[in-house]
Design a protein around this ligand. Structure first.
Ligand SMILES: Cc1ncc(C[n+]2csc(CCOP(=O)(O)OP(=O)(O)O)c2C)c(N)n1
Ligand SMILES: [Mg+2]
Length: 672
């Protein structure tokens, strides 16, 4: 439908959609940067969705039973900002729109979770929004089963562009959603045939509807500029028992006389002349950022529609009964049950006494038995490595179409899709997601892990087989650079516990950190318990601590993580026997140690002694602790990896690569 037709046939709709288009066009022009084409192309879809379907209340933006709206093609951020502004979200003032893309504004280049209410997730890296939306829909299904559809019953609507669907992550997300039959997930595809390099057909001829159908979705199609057709398609999608794709045929830069349907409309200001011509075509004579009162009122009325549903929902919540009500409020607030602290303490105390020799992946399973019993809100899973990641505990049940009460997700071989879905689960709220894979495949999940970190959400990554200690699978499976790569990411805590007790502490820290994701790196191979003396305090929460003090005069500090801590203990015994006083510091989490005050850090790592870092991984990043922190290059050594690993039994590999207690002793003596 052409702008002229649309204006004649649906004048009221046209005016509302034009307000979105013009705000996007003008804000991009004012910022001299941004993407006008997508908002201009999807404005009709957005108008119909918000007016006729989306359940939301700008005055209660955190209403747990609101529909979720995700803008996966995040470069069209101005569309979201204009919608939030016009429907009455207090955060999104006109000044914010005028400050689009400026320092300190809520209107960042791409939507960022936490910047303003109504931004449900951070998007921009194409496909991530789609991946997160799958998790949101899973959370909805899970909570609806637990608390009944009277309390939890909402849709997840996602806008995607060609780019989102071309990205590999879409394949994983679509496959997962299809298998899970997430009927309340509705994806609206901006089928404009254009991306940055020009026509999509230059690089892709996929039959997208066929792809979605093949994965178990329903597909509907519509003219993305015809409000009646859009409405009908959304109605059909909502009625479907499967997740739905709506292929909306649209024109990028709709109405721009020279730029519509070209890549030129995608990501740069239209320019004064083109904007003037568009205003002419839209019949829009108002100055930049001026919205006429009748259009403002019409949008405000759309924003006010949801209040009645929200108050009715609040009444239903009141009727839930005290105990269930408290539980609902607690999990939605993301708070942990009080009893957990004691349960973890008891677990630690038992394990310190029993001192088992177990792989930390197994230790993690043992802790999870405690956690999953205490926390009905955990949703666990693995990317097809359940038996290796030890992520499944008793009585979780499988989360699947016939059993939404199940709490264990078989994510399939989809590391990136799993991580993105976990973002959605955490963002939705009411559930705490954890998921497993091999540490080496954090690379496959990394795009979504970065979104977890950027969004500051509690997503827990269980990453096992954390070194050459995995043995025979060889260098393709042995991480050497991954700990460093993950530690390099801001706002992510990376734990590498040394034994069963530290594993429990790492889990406790991860759960008690609601504003950050965590990686818990775990071994395949068995490790002795090094924490044989029970401490009620969570020592790992300090990041690093003195595990074993020197007896003779302190000349050496051995600083180790994970499986190499027991090796440090052995080296300490040998050094002490030679009269060389040696302290062992266990450092399960660098990020937490970094946050400790100077006094504590200086107590753990005083000036003077030789320092040796021990980790079956690359040295990269370690000098922060060896030569930094009052250390000196002349007295610093590292025992670890300098290359990729090899295929062999673990014991042989540690010897082959020289990661042994003897090597540590030798290095210490050489440096003294
Ligand atoms: C993962 C990722 N790769 C590349 C980009 C850069 N990028 C932003 S938009 C875009 C083209 C997207 O095309 P489409 O989704 O069709 O958007 P449209 O031009 O139709 O608005 C690209 C390559 C990105 N944001 N994310
Ligand atoms: Mg496109």
């Amino acid at each position: 439908m052409t702008p002229q037709d649309l204006r004649t046939r649906h004048p009221e709709h046209f005016a509302k959609a034009a307000a979105l288009r013009v705000l996007a066009m003008d804000a991009v022009e004012a910022a001299n940067s941004g993407h006008p084409g997508m908002p201009m192309g999807m404005a009709d879809i957005a108008t119909v969705l918000f007016e006729k379907h989306l359940k939301f209340d700008p005055k209660a933006p955190d209403w747990p039973d609101r529909d979720r709206f995700v803008l996966s093609n995040g470069h069209g951020s101005m569309l979201l900002y204009a919608l939030l502004h016009l429907t009455g979200y207090d955060d999104m003032t006109l000044d914010e729109l005028k400050n689009f893309r400026q320092l300190g504004s809520k209107t960042a280049g791409h939507p960022e979770y936490g910047f303003a209410k109504g931004i449900e997730t951070t998007t921009g890296p194409l496909g991530q929004g789609l991946g997160a939306a799958v998790g949101m829909a899973m959370a909805e299904a899970s909570l609806s089963a637990r608390f009944s559809p009277r309390i939890v019953d909402h849709h997840t609507f996602v806008f995607v562009g060609d780019g989102c669907l071309m990205e590999g992550i879409s394949h994983e997300a679509i496959g997962l959603a299809g298998k899970q039959q997430l009927s309340k997930l509705v994806v609206l595809w901006d089928d404009n045939g254009i991306s940055i390099d020009g026509k999509v057909s230059k690089s892709d001829i996929t039959d997208q509807p066929a792809r979605f159908r093949a994965a178990g979705w329903d597909v509907f199609e519509c003219d993305g500029h015809d409000p009646a057709a859009i409405d009908a398609a959304i109605l059909s999608a909502k009625a479907s028992a499967k997740p739905s794709l709506i292929a909306c045929r649209t024109h990028i830069g709709y109405g721009a006389p020279n730029k519509q349907d070209t890549a030129g409309a995608h990501g740069s200001p239209l320019g004064a002349d083109e904007i003037a011509a568009v205003r002419e075509i839209y019949g829009w004579s108002h100055e930049p950022f001026v919205i006429p009162q009748d259009v403002r009122d019409a949008w405000a009325a759309i924003g006010a529609q949801g209040a009645a549903a929200r108050t009715a929902w609040e009444e239903r919540l009141e009727g839930l009964g005290k105990r269930r009500r408290e539980q609902f409020d607690r999990i939605v607030a993301g708070e942990l049950p009080k009893a957990l602290t004691n349960q973890i303490r008891n677990f630690k105390s038992e394990q310190s006494a029993a001192a088992p020799k177990v792989a930390t992946r197994k230790a993690s399973e043992m802790v999870l038995e405690v956690i999953n019993k205490a926390l009905p809100e955990t949703i666990g899973g693995s990317a097809d490595l359940t038996g290796s990641n030890n992520t499944l505990t008793k009585d979780m049940g499988t989360f699947e179409p016939g059993n939404r009460n199940g709490r264990y997700v078989y994510y399939g071989i989809r590391e990136h899709g799993m991580a993105a879905a976990m973002n959605g689960l955490a963002l939705h709220g009411g559930v705490i997601p954890y998921g497993g894979t091999f540490l080496v495949f954090s690379d496959y999940a990394r795009g979504a892990m970065r979104i977890s970190a950027l969004s500051g959400k509690r997503v827990i990554y269980v990453m096992t087989h954390d070194s050459i200690g995995l043995g025979e699978d060889g260098p393709t499976h042995q991480p050497v650079e991954h700990l460093a790569a993950l530690r390099a990411m801001p706002n992510l805590n990376v734990y590498r516990p040394a034994d069963v007790v530290e594993t429990a502490e790492a889990w406790q820290c991860a759960l008690e950190t609601p504003d950050r994701p965590s990686v818990i790196a775990l071994t395949r191979q068995g490790l002795p318990t090094v924490r044989t003396r029970h401490s009620t305090k969570n020592l790992s929460a300090q990041g690093a601590y003195i595990l074993s003090e020197s007896t003779a005069k302190r000349q050496v500090i051995l600083l180790a993580t994970g499986s190499e801590v027991s090796l440090a203990m052995e080296a300490q015994t040998q050094l002490e026997a030679k009269g060389i006083g040696t302290r062992v510091v266990s450092m399960p989490c660098e990020e937490l140690f970094e946050q400790q005050d100077d006094r504590y850090r200086a107590r753990v790592l005083p000036r003077g002694p030789v320092r040796i870092g021990i980790e079956a991984a690359l040295r990269y990043g370690w000098d922060r602790w060896l030569t930094g922190e009052r250390g000196s290059a002349a007295k610093a050594g590292f025992v670890g990896m300098e290359s990729f690993g090899a295929s062999a039994p673990a014991g042989d590999l540690f010897k082959h690569f020289g990661i042994t207690a003897d090597a540590v002793v030798e290095r210490a003596e050489a440096l003294l």
